[in-house]
Design a protein around this ligand. Structure first.
Ligand SMILES: [Zn+2]
Length: 287
């Protein structure tokens, strides 16, 4: 496509369902130009009749009720390491608070870190899209735990022995970008006309319940395995949690689930969200 004053930029990929273009936004980010075009269309997505339970990232990025686990792709970790290294190396003169100018080298290093980080972001986004598309193409009912990211990534208490462990866990939770992945799955399930069921965590306690007999016992963070002391059922802890989610969803009347997860209500809430954001922006501009 051709843009005035900028020249031509390549169009990458193609839309699954093309329609009438609505808006085109041109963005300049980390030394690169992007054009984002939105199209109004009727999204079509194929899905299968299977149901699955999903658990998001304590030890694995994703765990399915059938025992499949998906770990974070290694390239993310690699670029992360690279970015950290570059950030550490840049012990150049930093820009301070009181009008201290950063050295040219420092500025250069900062730009480099930003570049790598935005690449990690793009890689992650791409991975999220692939994973969520794959899941929705196989399952029309996805049951998962309602995530409380704020609570999950809370800092460990001061002086707690598990502080380092918790910090590491927080980093890995934030690193997977679960929130983003979840919302992608949710919207794609809705597009396909399937069901997305969120299990009330406090009521069901997927991470503490045995999927086989229902016996509840707390696990510590270090326990990666679910071992039931009652029925001796044993499997990966994330897989066990995914199974509990699916069991709960299966036990619910689908009609009651329908109300909160059908695509029509989802679209409604999305629209409300958009309206809210717009309002906020307007008030900021006028204020
Ligand atoms: Zn059991």
């Amino acid at each position: 496509m051709t843009l005035s004053n900028l020249g031509t930029i390549k169009i990458r990929g193609k839309a699954r369902d093309w329609g009438t273009p609505n808006t085109c936004t041109i963005i300049f980010k980390q030394g690169k130009w992007y054009a984002s075009i939105t199209v109004s269309c009727e999204p079509k997505r194929k899905t299968d009749k299977e149901a699955c339970g999903l658990d998001f990232g304590t030890h694995h990025a994703l765990a399915f009720d059938d025992g499949t686990v998906i770990d974070n792709p290694r390239f993310l970790k690699k670029s992360q390491d690279k970015s950290n290294k570059t950030a550490k190396k840049s012990r150049k003169k930093r820009a301070g608070k009181k009008g201290v100018k950063g050295s040219r080298r420092w500025k250069k290093a900062i730009r480099k870190v930003g570049k790598i980080q935005s690449k990690v972001g793009r890689q992650r986004q791409n991975w999220h899209h692939q994973v969520s598309t794959q899941i929705v193409s196989c399952y029309s009912l996805v049951a998962t735990e309602k995530l409380n990211l704020k609570g999950m990534t809370k800092k460990a208490k001061k002086g707690s022995q598990r502080k380092r462990q918790k910090t590491g866990l927080n980093r890995s939770i934030l690193d997977v970008g679960i929130g983003n992945l979840k919302s992608l799955i949710k919207s794609k399930v809705a597009e396909a006309g399937g069901f997305y069921v969120e299990v009330p965590t406090r009521k069901v306690k997927p991470s503490q319940t045995c999927p086989n007999c229902g016996h509840q016992k707390k696990k510590t963070l270090a326990q990666r395995q679910h071992n039931c002391e009652k029925c001796h059922y044993s499997c990966d802890r994330d897989v066990a949690s995914a199974q509990v989610c699916l069991n709960w969803a299966r036990g619910q009347e689908l009609s009651s689930v329908d109300a909160e997860s059908s695509s029509s209500t989802l679209c409604g809430s999305m629209r409300q969200l958009g309206a809210k954001k717009r309002q906020k922006r307007l008030s900021q501009r006028s204020g």
